[in-house]
Design a protein around this ligand. Structure first.
Ligand SMILES: [Fe+2]
Ligand SMILES: [Fe+2]
Length: 193
């Protein structure tokens, strides 16, 4: 199948039907009970869960800072920790997927091969968005504590970036899981047990 522009991360609502062919035989609620559900699959899904939780925490903390429910310096410490972790871990995760996981996976089944091109494009889009995420987080971290208006504007700006980034990251994680896990359950390649 052709990867067309309407399948871009910002535009799609789910994987196209042609790439959901294995998902029909391996629905999400049956993954964990399948005999080929490996430690690696569990570990990989757990990384995705960590990214979802970090996004939730960043979002809740930004709201708390805007509502004055946490001190500015406490918020900054939390943002530096959670934001830095998200950037580092997501970057490393994409590198492993692009270099080690996807080349093996895309050879397993011709029918879903184009899906890996789609996921690779997603990674590039996400990398671009992470640039804006890092820049706006750095504004929050560098604005003087004494300037309450500038601090509030910086947090609002960062939250705006988060709100734009969150649905795209979640879309990528869900689609990637729905492409990759059925493939690994069906073929159980030695590298991913
Ligand atoms: Fe990914
Ligand atoms: Fe991933």
């Amino acid at each position: 199948m052709q990867i067309t522009s309407d399948l871009a991360l910002a535009d799609r609502k789910q994987l196209p039907d042609a790439l959901r062919v294995l998902l029909k035989d391996f629905p999400r609620d049956a993954w964990a009970g399948h005999p080929n559900y490996s430690e690696l699959i569990a570990f990989w899904l757990d990384r995705h869960l960590m990214f979802r939780r970090l996004m939730e925490r960043l979002s809740l903390d930004a709201m708390s800072a805007l509502d004055h429910a946490i001190e500015a310096d406490d918020y900054r410490r939390s943002l530096a920790h959670a934001g830095g972790m998200l950037l580092r871990e997501l970057h490393g995760h994409h590198q492993i997927e692009d270099r080690h996981y996807f080349p093996v996976m895309m050879a397993l089944d011709q029918r879903v091969q184009a899906g890996f091109e789609l996921l690779d494009k997603d990674h590039h889009d996400i990398d671009g968005l992470l640039g804006g995420f890092a820049d706006s987080a750095n504004v929050v971290l560098s604005v003087p504590s004494s300037d309450k208006n500038a601090f509030r504007d910086a947090v609002a700006g960062f939250r705006h970036q988060l709100l734009a980034f969150d649905p795209l990251l979640l879309r990528h994680l869900v689609d990637e899981e729905e492409l990759v896990v059925p493939l690994l359950l069906k073929y159980a390649p030695e590298q991913f047990r």
